[in-house]
Design a protein around this ligand. Structure first.
Ligand SMILES: *Cc1c(COP(=O)(O)O)cnc(C)c1O
Length: 378
């Protein structure tokens, strides 16, 4: 095996408990575990089983393929919210795998109705409100029409009303304030049409961590007789965006370790250049270790020396990337790490080299690093 991923189930559950604790400050909150994008690279089937064993009753995926796969590993009682779009071809899967789609258009309701009626089985949906992401969801202008359609449907039941916040990691942002206001307004319209949603949810990790949003949502939920749900993803995997008022960052710990092994060691003399473009020149005698991981595996090319200046961990010590990361190979400096030999374990991402480190080298966020890892869990 070129490289592999190890995921700590124990830490995953500890992170879940931390999120549950923070989310329940000031009242209850049902946790929906977000496991889209193969659980951010952590193996969705594995993560789903662990979360469900730990008592989680709701899981969130991006699409219907993911939903069907998750249904294959968790029991019928577990609810699976499909969050990113709905097309006609998906409707049969909604019924067959008992998935719960986010919907927001009249067409969504109509096509689900056809599938539900054909199967003689009611479909529960969550109505998504676009409160300012301008990505998906119905806006304030359109909500009355869709809500009325839902309210009059025999086969499609609106069980939840949801939205997504664009800027929750910026505590006190005016954008969030505007999104809350719009959600409140839309909810009044929905309720005015006779819909009694069981669930309200708007909060991903940052909104849970930031704190203010849940207090507001709880009041709203109490007004309309609904319950609050939260949709954490990244915090379950041990990462957070930095928030001044946040506490989750201290409480959660990374659960994934990406490993490989040294496949070659060589010494190079002064003046030798390393890798494509000869971007690195040895200033003295050096020892390099070769690892069978490159950008095709998700170790980003921006981790190259002179660019992001990335590193891996060997024997608990940093070994800096030397030259450019290739498609399938990377060379690292082990001059100062005694005794490195072929077969030695290398931590590409994990203790001492986190997804946040990778993200910093590459000008991105931990999310993109984690779901870009192309290595199987062992
Ligand atoms: C990805 C996603 C989440 C989880 O976001 P995190 O920041 O990882 O907690 C929640 N809700 C929706 C709609 C999402 O797409």
């Amino acid at each position: 095996m070129k490289s592999w991923v190890e995921v700590s189930g124990t830490r995953l559950v500890e992170n879940l408990r931390a999120v549950q604790a923070i989310a329940s400050v000031g009242g209850g909150a049902e946790v929906l575990g977000v496991i889209k994008a193969n659980a951010y690279g952590h193996d969705a089937a594995f993560v789903a089983r662990i979360l469900v064993d730990a008592g989680v009753r709701w899981l969130g995926v991006a699409d219907f393929e993911e939903g069907a796969r998750v249904r294959g590993v968790v029991g019928d009682g577990v609810r699976v919210l499909v969050m990113c779009g709905l097309q006609e071809v998906d409707c049969r899967d909604v019924v067959a795998y008992e998935l719960t789609p986010a919907v927001w258009t009249l067409e969504h309701v109509a096509m689900l109705e056809r599938a539900a009626e054909a199967a003689g089985q009611v479909v529960r949906v969550h109505l998504e409100i676009d409160t300012g992401m301008c990505r998906q969801g119905v806006d304030l202008e359109g909500v009355a029409e869709v809500a009325e359609r839902l309210a009059g449907s025999k086969w499609v039941v609106c069980e939840g009303v949801m939205s997504h916040l664009s800027s929750a990691e910026m505590a006190g942002s005016w954008v969030t304030a505007r999104q809350r206001e719009r959600f409140d307004d839309a909810l009044q319209v929905v309720v005015g049409k006779g819909i009694r949603p069981e669930w309200l949810h708007v909060a991903a990790t940052s909104a849970v961590d930031e704190g203010g949003t849940l207090g507001w949502l709880r009041e709203l939920a109490a007004e309309v007789g609904a319950k609050v749900m939260v949709r954490p993803g990244i915090a379950l995997y041990g990462y957070c965006l930095p928030i001044d008022t946040g506490r989750l960052g201290e409480l959660v710990k990374p659960v994934l370790t990406w490993k490989t092994r040294v496949i070659g060691v060589r010494e190079i003399g002064t003046g030798e250049t390393v890798g494509y473009g000869a971007t690195f020149t040895a200033k003295s005698l050096m020892r390099l270790a070769l690892i069978p991981v490159g950008y095709a595996d998700g170790l980003r090319r921006t981790a190259s020396s002179g660019v992001g200046d990335g590193w891996v961990m060997i024997g608990g010590r940093r070994a800096a990337v030397v030259g450019r990361v290739s498609m399938n190979l990377t060379t690292v400096d082990v001059t100062d790490i005694a005794g490195v030999a072929v077969g030695d374990e290398v931590v590409v991402l994990g203790e001492g080299v986190t997804a946040d480190d990778h993200a910093r080298w590459c000008g991105t966020i931990s999310y993109e690093i984690l779901c870009g890892i192309r290595a199987r869990r062992v």
